[in-house]
Write a protein that binds this ligand. Structure first.
Ligand SMILES: *Cc1c(COP(=O)(O)O)cnc(C)c1O
Length: 231
């Protein structure tokens, strides 16, 4: 499909309006919510269109696909976020190519990312993925495991633990959305009370960003509402 520059620009404007409304209606400053544009399966030209409309942070789920697009977009100062599940045989590429990794769910992977992060690069920013829905199919650590894992990860040299990420079961039920996000928010507050300095709650997607922002999200990951449905 060819890139519809006008559509992508309009969609971005609409998302910024949704973020602004959601933030102000619960007394938050809209600027405290960062927009991550999720461009998985979409062509590099769509990313360029969004960048031209002012978007600088992009999230990708598949390492090889992301590397191919990065090659095409070398001329742009994009901040790349890896938001997919981490596999041991991909950590080197993630550590070399991305500024952030959101789907970290084990000390083993965090260690590899730290060891493989090139010394001349700034620390890799990490979010721990929390599994709040309790499904075995979804990646992420259980809430009970979070404090110990956060403590171990925080001591690794070439990464910076920034916060928590979640990917709750999709639902149209606002109460249910809210409950899931609130649990992650509580964990986040507990970690900071224990001495961590976390600043990132990576939660909220196209269908539930309002609930996520009301529960304290500082980074929403939006794909469909910017680039259209994925095929
Ligand atoms: C695909 C994806 C998103 C974006 O979802 P949309 O519903 O298209 O906004 C966000 N986070 C993760 C981890 C994803 O895989």
């Amino acid at each position: 499909m060819t890139t519809d520059y006008k559509k992508i620009r309009e969609n971005l404007q609409n998302i910024h309006k949704r973020i602004e409304l959601a933030a102000t209606s619960c007394g938050r400053e809209p600027a405290t919510v960062i927009l991550l544009a999720v461009s998985k399966t979409k062509p590099a030209s769509d990313i360029r269109a969004a960048f031209d409309a002012g978007q600088i942070r992009f999230g990708e789920n598949y390492v090889q696909e992301a590397l191919d697009k990065m090659e095409h977009l070398r001329d742009l100062p994009i901040e790349w976020h890896y938001i997919g599940g981490i596999q041991s045989n991909k950590t080197r590429q993630i550590a070399h190519a991305f500024a952030w990794a959101h789907g970290v769910a084990s000390l083993k992977h965090a260690r590899r990312l730290s060891e493989q992060r090139p010394e001349e690069m700034p620390p890799l920013n990490l979010c721990l993925q929390v599994n709040i829905s309790g499904e075995s199919s979804k990646q992420g650590v259980s809430p009970e495991e979070v404090p110990a894992l956060a403590r171990d990860i925080a001591s690794l040299p070439n990464i910076q633990l920034r916060g928590l990420m979640c990917l709750p079961e999709p639902t149209d039920d606002r109460q249910q959305q809210q409950r899931a996000f609130a649990r992650v928010r509580t964990l986040f507050d507990e970690l900071n009370r224990d001495g961590h300095r976390l600043d990132t709650l990576s939660m909220g997607m196209s269908g539930d960003l309002e609930a996520a922002i009301e529960e304290g999200s500082t980074m929403v990951r939006i794909g469909t509402a910017i680039f259209g449905a994925r095929t």
